[in-house]
Design a protein around this ligand. Structure first.
Ligand code: ADP
Length: 303
């Protein structure tokens, strides 16, 4: 199974031990999922599609992606742009994020329709998110959605995390409408209930699952923090408890890592119940570490 994740990977500056010093890393929602997938399944061909600049930090990002065992063949380079950046500030132990991504190269990731189609042709499973859609101009969004629709018609499986981020959208109606366009081209939807309830007025996770199923997703897995995971596959529904944890340190990338285990399960044709259990064990390790990319132990994911 060849997996292609599409989206933005940013430079991350995180506080280092010495106050005032920062450590450079690279992260971003769909990239994080690709990273966890590559860790869980080093044998799997995982690649990442985005756009970067031609400057030193862009080259460093490409090397970092490749260094994680993730394919970089489909990363476009665009002159005169560079990678997006975010900085983490710690205030009394609480993390807050500042972003510089309005003009990032990744906003042009769907500008070359032929390259996008080619990247999808070389994959069996394509993964994108609501953030991938949010950063694109309307015409590029259409290019991406058209390419996903074509890939799906050609037998590729499409997975989508709506990842609602209101601050990336200028209009909330546009956000919800575009998210449902994403839903309409996917086979597997991986929403988080808290965000969905807020922006779509879903009464409960079943309502979220029903909405994505009605849009056309065969499989919907609704995450809900420490509350049970709700899954709908065709007409079958199930609710699966999340094992309690003694401590939660940082929930960054909980959903991204969870998605990686679900995608690994889809690649293996694992029963969904087993995949959800693995996803909870993986996300459980991630929230007990710090940052987006936590060096998890794959053996502990398998239980
Ligand atoms: P997102 O990061 O997309 O908002 P959630 O917060 O719903 O996603 O969390 C995704 C998964 O991470 C959950 O389904 C669960 O497995 C795990 N998780 C998140 N928070 C906790 C927690 N407090 N305790 C145990 N597991 C958690």
């Amino acid at each position: 199974m060849r997996v292609l994740a599409i989206g933005e990977c940013m430079a991350e500056l995180a506080p280092a031990e010495v106050p005032g010093n920062y450590r450079l890393g690279f992260a971003g929602d769909t990239f994080n999922t690709a990273w966890y997938l590559a860790r869980l399944r080093p044998d799997m061909a995982v690649s990442f599609q985005t756009a970067i600049g031609t400057d030193a930090i862009s080259r460093q990002l490409r090397e970092a992606v490749a260094g994680c065992g993730i394919g970089t063949d489909h990363i476009r380079t665009v002159p005169d742009r560079t990678v997006g950046l975010y900085l983490i500030t710690l205030t009394n132990g609480e993390r807050s994020f500042s972003y510089w991504r309005d003009h990032s190269a990744a906003r042009l990731l769907a500008d070359d329709a032929a390259a996008l189609a080619h990247a999808m042709e070389e994959a069996d499973l394509v993964y994108f998110s609501g953030i991938t859609l949010a950063i694109l101009a309307p015409a590029a969004r259409k290019t991406l959605l058209d390419a996903l629709r074509t890939a799906r018609a050609a037998g590729k499986r499409i997975a989508f995390d709506p990842n609602l981020r209101p601050r990336l959208w200028s209009d909330m109606g546009e956000m919800t409408e575009t998210i449902m366009q994403g839903a309409a081209v996917c086979d597997i939807a991986l929403p988080s209930f808290e965000d969905e309830a807020r922006w779509f007025d879903d009464a409960d996770p079943e309502a979220t699952a029903d909405r994505y199923a009605a849009a056309g997703a065969e499989t919907v897995v609704v995450k809900n923090g420490s509350d049970p995971v709700h899954c709908r596959q065709g007409d079958a529904q199930g609710t699966y408890p999340v094992p309690p944890l003694s401590s939660v340190i940082d929930t960054t990338a909980a959903g991204d890592s969870f998605n990686a285990a679900i995608l690994a399960g889809i690649a293996d044709d694992s029963p969904m119940e087993a995949s959800i259990a693995r996803a909870c064990r993986l996300a459980g390790q991630v929230v007990q570490g710090r940052g987006a990319l936590v060096p998890v132990d794959p053996a502990r994911v398998d239980g």
